[in-house]
Design a protein around this ligand. Structure first.
Ligand code: NAD
Length: 296
């Protein structure tokens, strides 16, 4: 029997319904959550991603603002803006759209983000939290993958998970999240020899390499769960993942399509992180005022 196709759009829609409810509650108690997105330069793909994020915010009632800079802007100007947003109580999430122009020091920019508002989860504080299993803001794409696995009732503990791709934004945090849920995790990358020896072992295979058709049906175990994170635009304009969909589907038990799999979850988990940030900010405020009342 061919694999069940995991409908990322449907799961994302149900998570967003829950987001609306949480936003309404926050609004009734104080104010809606706020997200600020900083974009440097005019990369068309980044512009589309930013527009999609802002549209998703609108849909659930999060207030969003976009701050656009030409790529001639200095690092100091961007950092001053990040600092000001970090102090602004109406902003709960700060996101710097990547990639940044080459002359920027990425670590310095990400390090300037107030770690309590780091909704992408790329600040070193949050990366460290992920490593020790005390995650504050899980990075959105792997967080979305974990939600899909949970939604489908797929057991993670004790299973062999293989992650193909080892980037800071997808592969590495993905491996850490799977490890946190007690999978036995292998991480493969461009220098891995005999990739197939690893992929064949996987009960859960997550592919995030950015190479169309990297994984074919004969490379996977029968009954494996295959999560295709890749997004590749072919010369004929088609959007495909990293897996040869039909051959993988014929052997897998579950598979995510591209488009319509992991993609819709990524933006959705950004909304979840922004709302969680606003809820935590409110908790901190309540705690401070009760401590103050106790003191006086
Ligand atoms: P990246 O280029 O930063 O990292 C790619 C990783 O894959 C590297 O670790 C590299 O060593 C590895 N790799 C490359 N070729 C390989 C090969 N032939 N065999 C094994 N490993 C190989 O990319 P990224 O930012 O991690 O993104 C990966 C893919 O996921 C891209 O297609 C990207 O568009 C997509 N993506 C999708 C979403 C989403 O929401 N669905 C989000 C982020 C990234």
């Amino acid at each position: 029997m061919p694999a069940k196709i995991i409908d990322g759009r449907a799961v994302a829609a149900s998570v967003r319904e829950n987001c609306k409810h949480r936003v309404r509650l926050l609004e009734a108690l104080s104010r809606p959550p706020g997200l600020a997105v900083i974009m440097v330069g005019d990369d068309p793909a980044s512009a589309v991603y930013v527009r999609n994020k802002m549209r998703a915010c609108d849909e659930v009632g999060i207030r969003s603002q976009r701050i656009l800079y030409p790529d001639t802007v200095t690092e100091a100007e961007v950092i001053a803006c990040i600092d000001a947003l970090g102090r602004d109580d109406s902003v709960n999430g700060i996101l710097v759209q990547l990639p940044l122009p080459k002359h920027f020091n990425l670590e310095k920019i990400l390090g300037a983000i107030n770690s309590e508002k780091d909704v992408d989860g790329f600040h070193l504080y949050n990366v460290g939290g992920l490593v020790i299993g005390n995650t504050v803001f899980p990075p959105c794409t792997p967080y979305g993958v974990m939600r899909l696995l949970e939604h489908e009732g797929i057991e993670v503990a004790g299973r062999n998970a293989v992650v193909v791709g080892a980037s800071n934004i997808v592969g590495k945090p993905m491996a850490l999240m799977l490890m946190r849920q007690e999978a036995t995790v292998s991480v493969c990358h461009a220098k891995t020899r005999k990739l197939r020896e690893y992929t064949e072992m996987a009960d859960i295979l997550v592919v995030a390499a950015g190479c169309p058709n990297l994984i074919t049906g004969e490379m996977i175990k029968r009954g494996a769960v295959v999560i295709d994170v890749g997004i590749n635009r072919l010369a004929d304009g088609r959007l495909v993942g990293d897996c040869d969909f039909e051959s993988v589907r014929s052997r897998a038990s579950y598979i995510t399509p591209v488009p319509g799999g992991v993609g819709p979850m990524t933006v959705t988990m950004l909304l979840v992180n922004t709302i969680s940030s606003a809820e935590r900010a409110r908790q901190r405020l309540l705690q401070q005022s009760s401590e103050h009342a106790h003191f006086v």
